[in-house]
Design a protein. Structure first.
Length: 80
């Protein structure tokens, strides 16, 4: 019988392999789900605008939080 540590290591190896295959196939289920949720929220909030335009905007626009953090980080890192 395989030791528990060996089984856990093999399981993590399988997860890493599956993740790499998803990246190779350009398949991002979580990211796509979050972007779809954000698009539906915008469409429901701004009904006076065309839904297709809002959906395309929400998918291509950067998230404020991540862009805010990167600007904050880079301004401190390269200010010297």
């Amino acid at each position: 019988m395989e030791p528990i540590l060996g089984q856990a290591s093999f399981f993590l190896l399988c997860l890493q392999f599956a993740r790499n295959q998803m990246i190779n196939l350009n398949w991002r289920p979580y990211t796509d789900a979050v972007k779809g949720l954000r698009a539906r929220r915008l469409i429901n909030k701004y009904k006076q605008y065309h839904p297709l335009i809002l959906e395309r905007y929400s998918v291509t626009d950067e998230w404020y939080f991540s862009s805010h953090l990167s600007k904050k980080y880079f301004s401190k890192a390269f200010s010297k």
